[in-house]
Design a protein around this ligand. Structure first.
Ligand code: DAH
Length: 345
């Protein structure tokens, strides 16, 4: 046989195979036919023999043609098997192109972002606006304008991370959201009713309640005739709106350079309900932040008239709020990005 004869022989075999396959109506018959068409002792054995007698340069073409023939026959048999529905065509049956795909799964907002947005909503409901400021601040906004001139001992309350920019100790990662108070007042005259959420940084060692990166929400109210009673009432309204009616908050005298008088805002411990445990250092209370009446020196720094206006301010830690509300016992849970934790909320 020469090359041409071999090729036309293969064509004939294919036509024959097709008509034979079509005639078969059961799985076993197909198996048998498959063996006779493709098995070792198939009708093609003489073609295999003939390859040896071909010119070497013609052999690859015949090899290819035989490969193609086998593939086509196998395809025809498979299709017939599927059409007969004997169960062996499963692979074909299972490919249901109408099924929806398995997508990469939809994410959701991080718990801290959810808490931030919910708090914003509570305050917007009380008539506040929302403002933001930069995370990299200057000494002026983070300290100076907040009544903490250089060398003021109160600066050591914040373990500041300075950035190598400008004069030494001029540029820093903000240690709290309080500098945004200054930016808001610089940008508008009173009255002010604004909350300012954002990320803060301190050279803190990680423990259950401290992390070098954390979030706060700052609040500032400036208007005529604002008193400490307004501050206490606002904190109370907010505590009940956010934690639920059963929760109590208390204000404890404290010190901050930018408020006078100042207080710490505490709520009953979520872990022990006020009895005292390791989470709250046996006090029954968890400190969420600070607050107080805006110091007249702060008003002076932004050109507000402290004879006409008074105001209050507060700053709360968002992680602590979330820990309190959802019973999270270690702050690192918010930053580890363990998907089991993230999915939980
Ligand atoms: N900025 C303070 C801190 O990070 C918290 C704070 C205290 C904010 C009193 C205030 C305030 O607005 O009036 O520790």
């Amino acid at each position: 046989m020469n090359l041409e004869e071999l090729t036309s022989r293969l064509e004939g075999e294919l036509a024959r195979a097709r008509s034979e396959i079509d005639k078969i109506s059961d799985g076993d018959g197909l198996d048998e036919l498959e063996r006779s068409l493709l098995g070792k002792r198939s009708a093609l054995s003489d073609v295999h023999q003939a390859i040896k007698d071909l010119a070497p340069e013609d052999r690859p073409a015949v090899g290819k043609a035989i490969g193609a023939f086998k593939e086509q026959v196998a395809g025809l048999i498979e299709a017939r098997r599927a059409a007969l529905g004997d169960g062996r065509g499963e692979a074909v049956d299972l490919l249901d192109l109408t099924l929806p795909g398995r997508g990469p799964g939809r994410g959701h907002l991080h718990l801290i972002t959810q808490v931030q947005q919910e708090l914003e909503d509570v305050f917007v409901g009380l008539g506040y606006e929302v403002a933001e400021g930069p995370e990299v601040e200057t000494d002026f906004y983070n300290f100076e304008a907040l009544n903490m001139p250089a060398s003021h001992p109160a600066r050591s309350m914040w373990d500041t991370l300075y950035v190598k920019l400008g004069r030494p100790e001029e540029v820093l990662l903000r240690t709290h959201t309080s500098p945004v108070q200054i930016r808001v007042m610089e940008s508008q005259p009173p009255p002010v009713y604004t909350v300012m959420p954002g990320r803060c940084y301190r050279r803190d060692t990680l423990d259950a309640r401290h992390s070098p990166v954390f979030h706060q929400i700052e609040g500032l109210v400036v208007d005529r005739g604002i008193t400490f009673g307004d501050l206490a009432g606002t904190i109370d309204a907010f505590t009940r709106a956010y934690f639920g009616p059963g929760h109590t908050a208390r204000l404890r005298p404290s010190y901050f350079p930018f408020t006078e008088p100042s207080a710490e805002f505490e709520v009953t411990c979520f872990a022990c309900d006020g009895v005292g445990c390791s989470v709250c250092s046996k006090t029954g209370w968890i400190e969420l932040g600070g607050c107080g009446m805006v110091d007249p020196n702060v008003f002076a720094a932004v050109g507000y008239d402290s004879e006409r206006y008074t105001g209050f301010a507060f700053g709360f830690g968002l992680e602590r709020m979330a820990m309190q509300r959802y019973g999270v016992e270690h702050i690192k849970a918010f930053f580890e990005n363990d998907v089991r934790f993230l999915r939980h909320f």
